[in-house]
Design a protein around this ligand. Structure first.
Ligand code: AMP
Length: 201
């Protein structure tokens, strides 16, 4: 199945995508992870992307479309995939549509308050496990980092960018009949949100 996770930064796309990967044994394609790898590796894409990422801006469409286009050529995606963080603009969605259709677009929704709380408390371990300083604190022996763009100034910028550039995708995919809305607000547990997602697949 070809699935896309849509929603504001911090709404839980990555967390839910990881659980879907485990249940459905299908690859997760996170452009954020791919770009962070590229930055770490000092590649040309990384050099192009870094400034935008640190500022909480979107990396230019041509760069991201190139990255995902290469990834979608690999054979492990033939039976399906979970897109996490892509597409984020209408031109990206159109570039994707030229390569493949999506079966389901899962949109996670939450209040701004929930999102800012989740992002500012988010900490990430070396193995990719996502913790939260209050809700899911890392064990004392696990080394975690805070992403530079999880600091307050960048969070606000990312939310602004989401509304302006990514939110139009909600109508784009609703018109295509692919959109499923899932309530991911703070009153709900990750297990509940995950089960809701499974029930629409
Ligand atoms: P994420 O981990 O999905 O929150 O992405 C982190 C950052 O990577 C974003 O704030 C953007 O700077 C960049 N990025 C990730 N995916 C995309 C995309 N589809 N289009 C443009 N920029 C992206």
């Amino acid at each position: 199945m070809k699935i896309m996770m849509l929603g504001a930064p911090g709404v839980g796309k990555g967390t839910i995508a990881k659980r879907l990967v485990a249940r459905y044994n299908t690859p997760q394609l996170s452009t954020g992870d791919m770009l962070r790898e590229a930055v770490k590796g000092g590649t040309e894409v990384g050099l192009q992307a870094k400034g935008y990422m640190d500022a909480g801006e979107l990396v230019p469409d041509d760069v991201v479309i190139g990255v995902i286009g290469e990834r979608l050529k690999r054979p492990d995606v033939n039976d399906g995939f979970i897109l996490d963080g892509y597409p984020r603009t209408i031109p990206q969605a159109e570039a994707l549509a030229a390569i493949t259709d999506l079966d389901v677009v899962i949109r996670l929704t939450a209040s701004d308050e929930t999102i800012v709380e989740r992002l500012s408390g988010r900490r990430i371990a070396e193995d990719g496990t996502i913790y939260h300083i209050k809700n899911f604190p890392p064990p004392p022996d696990v080394k975690v980092i805070q992403r530079d763009d999880d600091k307050e100034q960048a969070i606000r910028q990312r939310l602004f960018v989401y509304r302006k550039q990514t939110a139009p995708l909600v109508e784009y995919y609703r018109d295509k009949g692919a959109l499923k809305d899932i309530d991911a607000d703070a009153s709900r547990t990750v297990d509940e949100i995950f089960e809701d997602c499974c029930s629409v697949l």
